[in-house]
Design a protein around this ligand. Structure first.
Ligand SMILES: Cc1ncc(COP(=O)(O)O)c(C=O)c1O
Length: 394
């Protein structure tokens, strides 16, 4: 029974999910603390949880709901998109999280064999979504070496030179794994370039509320643009699995085709989760930003812990919940460093290889409260100091 012969190439040729490998590493390393997973430490709003508690006996909660989402939530989201994101011509589909939203879009917009574009370091799940749907021609563009912004000049050349033109370009704003945000003028330029050659632009706004240092997140709209959002981080709803797609209302057939995919994956997002999302939205974005602003302290603590890597080694972090750090040149095998840090120093981070950039690590500052973050940072600093001084001693 040892043959892979009957398993699909689409699965075999897809990367292993890095988080699954990291969870194994955490289980195997005694008392390891995690700066790895992209999570927040807070729970959903108490008021919203209290309200859904009342709903569990309602038979409607246990039935299927409308594929595109419960009407009350979609209505609320349309209002939110107008008010907060300045998206006036978008329709909404509620999904079981932003990852499922992305898979829905790949299946709706791309065919196997199409060319697509993303930027390094990239969000590993988006890369895998392409691979497992037969889109193996993935062009990965560079980021600016200093700012890590997507290189729009490279994009311009690539979109003009690639025939047929890439079907879809995707960016994450602000980014995972770097925390770098995309300024509005750059987003606009990327959008114009896509429009010019007829490529879709998919923008993942999972971290829309996670902006620091007075920076402002913005969205753009157009008949070639699709925006993705998530309740996971903002409202501490990771396990409830709710996200949504804002797609251009004017594009005929978009919603109809999207529904085919939706009906065959979750049918609908969990109904009770959608109610939790609805009640959470009622508290307004301030509920989220109040919590996000406390993360600045965690970022500062971890920036300090990363200082042994030297000046210029750490980038990003102006948005989302991530810092991106370059290991010394000889540590191209970042997974080896990650394993060593876990086993010897009890702290876990994500290897940059998983995001297409070997020799780097991603550090998440969202998952721990300040006190625990300090303890993790101490371990990280001690580990990095030893790495620089003595190498990966056992
Ligand atoms: C950029 C990005 N998109 C999507 C997701 C997945 O979000 P969800 O839990 O809504 O599927 C994550 C989670 O880490 C993310 O960082």
């Amino acid at each position: 029974m040892g043959s892979y012969g009957k398993l699909a190439r689409r699965a075999l040729d897809t990367e292993m999910p890095v988080m699954v490998q990291i969870q194994e590493l955490i289980r195997g390393a005694k008392n390891a603390v995690s700066l790895a997973q992209g999570v927040v430490y807070w729970q959903p709003p108490k008021q919203a949880l209290e309200k859904v508690k009342e709903l569990v006996w309602d038979p409607a909660i246990s039935r299927y709901g409308a594929d595109e989402g419960i009407p009350e939530l979609r209505e609320s989201l349309i209002k939110k998109l107008r008010l907060e994101n300045k998206l006036y011509k978008s329709s909404v589909m509620v999904t079981a999280g932003a990852n499922q939203a992305f898979v829905n879009l790949v299946l709706t917009l791309c065919d196997a064999g199409d060319t697509v574009v993303m930027f390094a370091p990239y969000y590993f799940n988006s890369y895998m979504s392409f691979q497992m749907t037969g889109i193996t021609n993935i062009l990965v563009g560079p980021g600016d070496p200093k700012t890590l912004y997507p290189d729009a000049d490279w994009l311009e050349r690539t979109l003009l030179e690639t025939k047929p033109a890439p079907k879809l370009v995707t960016v994450v704003n602000p980014g995972n794994p770097t925390g770098t945000y995309i300024p509005e003028h750059l987003l606009k330029r990327i959008s114009d370039l896509c429009k010019h050659v007829g490529s879709w632009l998919v923008v993942d706004n999972t971290y829309e509320y996670f902006m620091f240092d007075g920076l402002k997140h913005s969205c753009i709209e157009g008949n070639h643009i699709v925006n993705i959002f998530s309740f996971s981080k903002a409202y501490g709803m990771m396990g409830w699995r709710v996200g949504y797609i804002a797609y251009p209302s004017e594009v005929e057939g978009f919603g109809t085709q999207l529904l085919k995919v939706q009906d065959n994956i979750p049918i609908c997002a969990s109904i009770i989760s959608q109610y939790l999302a609805l009640y959470s939205l009622e508290l307004g974005p301030e509920w989220v930003t109040d919590r996000v602003k406390d993360l600045v302290k965690n970022r500062e603590i971890l920036l300090d812990a990363l200082s042994p890597l030297g000046e210029g080694a750490v980038k990003g972090g102006e948005g989302a919940i991530y810092l991106w750090a370059k290991l010394p040149d000889k540590y191209v095998d970042d997974f080896e460093v990650v394993r060593w840090l876990a086993h010897r120093h009890g702290v876990v981070v994500i290897p940059g290889t998983a995001c297409g950039c070997p020799g780097n690590v991603r550090i998440s500052f969202g998952g721990l409260m300040e006190k625990d973050c300090r303890a993790a940072a101490d371990k990280l600093r001690t580990g990095l100091e030893e790495l620089i001084r003595d190498g990966m001693v056992q």
